[in-house]
Design a protein around this ligand. Structure first.
Ligand code: F6R
Length: 255
């Protein structure tokens, strides 16, 4: 893995396995430091295809090296509206299948925004409060959407947005359609942590893989910081890291 400068930002570029090891090292260090102090480590987690090999690496370290997640508290970024937890495309379901079921994390320490809610405003406020009560997010993982969304903060999401109900962008629905068996089956709304919620994390890492992410990663890292590309707000975070494979980085040609 190499570290290069893209615009004003530092990017870690390498093969997926290297990126996953580097990210897992950060999580392992945090968990162990906190465990030694008798404290909890608060992780913000993402769904989608990007983090799957990273989650596999965490599971491997738990199984083969005994890395414990018993002092981990997690908050997921977002959830589709209306599916219900048991739906196989719900982010709750994905997180349990792809990660939590394979770790020693305590179920009561896992939070995913509610998919079904009678009062989304109230539940969104409660989610913010739960993050505050946990002491804030220590380490936040992000992917990036085709138009630069982080969480489900679509184009136009302001820097001061908080956890809330949002309308999904057309591009997000089109990208999700194969997994749902058609665009008409993709939920039109979601609940997501806000941009401000994300930026308050003490460490934020954005992972991107594949050539389809190259243009948007470049815009997010080198373009104007604006709600046009919500991921661009990371440029001004004190402790943000970009973890890119060669395809997403454009092989560092712009460094
Ligand atoms: C998922 C999330 C989204 C995804 C993004 C990239 O919890 O918040 O912002 O990270 O849409 O998705 P993939 O990784 O499937 O390309």
């Amino acid at each position: 893995m190499k570290t290069i400068t893209i615009g004003t930002q530092t990017a870690h570029v390498g093969e997926t396995a290297e990126l996953c090891r580097a990210l897992a090292d950060e999580v392992e260090t945090l968990l162990k430091e906190r465990a030694a102090e008798g404290r909890l480590a608060v992780l913000g987690l993402a769904t989608g295809s990007t983090p799957l090999p990273f989650y596999d690496e965490l599971i491997r370290r738990h199984r083969e090296e005994g890395l414990s997640f018993s002092n981990a508290v997690t908050f997921n970024l977002d959830e589709y509206e209306g599916l219900g937890r048991e739906h196989e495309r719900s982010y709750w379901h994905e997180m349990w299948c792809n990660l939590f079921d394979h770790l020693d994390i305590k179920a009561e320490n896992v939070s995913v925004p509610p998919s079904v809610s009678e009062d989304p405003d109230r539940d969104a406020a409660a989610y913010e409060e739960a993050i505050r009560e946990a002491g804030g997010i220590d380490w936040q993982l992000l992917g990036i959407g085709g138009e630069g969304h982080i969480g489900f903060n679509e184009k136009g999401s302001a820097i001061d947005t908080r956890t809330r109900r949002v309308t999904l962008a057309r591009k997000t629905i089109v990208d999700a359609a194969p997994g749902f068996g058609g665009e008409d089956k993709v939920p039109t709304h979601a609940i997501t942590m806000g941009v401000a919620t994300i930026l308050e994390a003490r460490r934020v890492v954005l992972m991107a893989r594949g050539a389809s992410k190259r243009e948007i990663v470049k815009r997010a890292m080198t373009g104007e910081v604006s709600s046009e590309v919500p991921a661009s707000f990371l440029q001004n975070h004190q402790n943000a890291g970009w973890f890119l494979d060669e395809e997403a980085a454009g092989s560092g040609s712009d460094a």
